[in-house]
Design a protein around this ligand. Structure first.
Ligand SMILES: *[C@@H]1O[C@H](CO)[C@@H](O)[C@H](O)[C@H]1NC(C)=O
Ligand SMILES: *[C@@H]1O[C@H](CO)[C@@H](O)[C@H](O)[C@H]1NC(C)=O
Ligand SMILES: *[C@@H]1O[C@H](CO)[C@@H](O)[C@H](O)[C@H]1NC(C)=O
Length: 269
């Protein structure tokens, strides 16, 4: 799928050599045992025969001294995979290292239809983000100024463009995603419920596009969700702003129907 021109391949090779020299082995990691498995798949007959669909790759990391009662279940944002939490694009310890050190057992996943989880050609359309989009919305938003507060952005490490090896590591890690948000939410909520049914109550750590999944999971299986830590969760309620526009998240912050009635009122203005 990757169609880099010769100069891009050469640039990536040079960057990789630089990266491996400059960025590897500078983190003090907590030793953890690792295992992986799949949850949530079911068999379906298609025109190409019987296949399994809806499954989600799950990876379990257990520190030598697991001291915390509830494990952390990390749910990634758009275009990300389980690698998102392992280390940072500039090779520093990631959140996983930090929480393993705190004695937490961790579960990482590749969302259904992304990364190590199967996408079936008959199951919706995959999309991906181009360079301009990633710069405008994530790494150099202060220059694109697509929303009023964008000019205040200072949090991206490095210059946020292809002249920076840190940016290239991040951009290279971006994956395809299901374009149908309803489908991707249903798939994620179902597979996550399967995971929780297997492992018991956990603390959900959701990021960005994964935010609405967390509310949907807690709504469906409240006894299996000890807490939710939502990092810049997708919003606002009911409408899309900035990246998408128009009606969205029809059940307040959820994309799929709620089983609970939340006390809220629509402001008059
Ligand atoms: C698929 O079709 C076969 C043959 O008819 C059948 O034995 C099997 O149970 C079907 N699988 C599902 C998941 O419906
Ligand atoms: C990059 O992606 C954005 C958002 O999908 C799109 O609007 C834009 O046309 C794309 N740019 C190019 C050069 O295709
Ligand atoms: C998105 O997926 C949902 C659930 O499968 C389906 O009902 C809906 O028709 C799909 N929307 C589009 C635009 O394909």
């Amino acid at each position: 799928m990757f169609d880099f021109s010769f100069s891009w391949s050469a640039a990536f090779l040079i960057l990789f050599v630089l990266w491996s020299k400059e960025f590897s082995c500078n983190a003090v990691e907590t030793f953890a045992s690792r295992s992986y498995f799949y949850v949530g798949g079911h068999y379906e007959n298609t025109t190409d025969g019987e296949v399994m669909v809806g499954q989600m790759y799950a990876e379990k990391l257990v520190p030598l001294k697991a001291t915390q009662k509830y494990p952390l279940f990390f749910i990634t944002g758009v275009a990300q995979s389980a690698t998102n939490w392992l280390n940072t694009p500039d090779g520093w310890e990631g959140w996983n290292s930090y929480f393993l050190c705190q004695g937490y057992t961790l579960y990482l996943t590749d969302q259904p239809q992304r990364g190590r989880s199967l996408w079936l050609p008959s199951d919706g359309i995959l999309t991906n983000y181009n360079l301009t989009f990633v710069q405008n919305y994530f790494t150099t938003v202060q220059e694109a100024k697509l929303w009023p507060q964008a000019s205040l952005h200072t949090q991206w490490l490095g210059n946020g463009t292809p002249s920076d090896p840190i940016f290239n590591q991040f951009f290279a890690s971006q994956l395809q995603q299901q374009s149908n948000t309803t489908l991707t939410t249903l798939n994620n909520v179902h597979a996550s419920i399967s995971l929780l049914s297997l492992i018991g109550p956990a603390i959900l750590v959701t990021h960005s596009h994964g935010g609405p999944y967390g509310w949907g999971i807690a709504d469906a299986v409240p006894s299996l969700v000890h807490a939710i830590v939502a990092i810049e969760p997708e919003g606002p309620p009911f409408v899309g702003e900035i990246i998408a526009h128009g009606p969205a998240r029809p059940w307040v912050l959820r994309i799929c129907p709620s089983h609970m009635t939340l006390p809220f009122r629509i402001p008059e203005s």
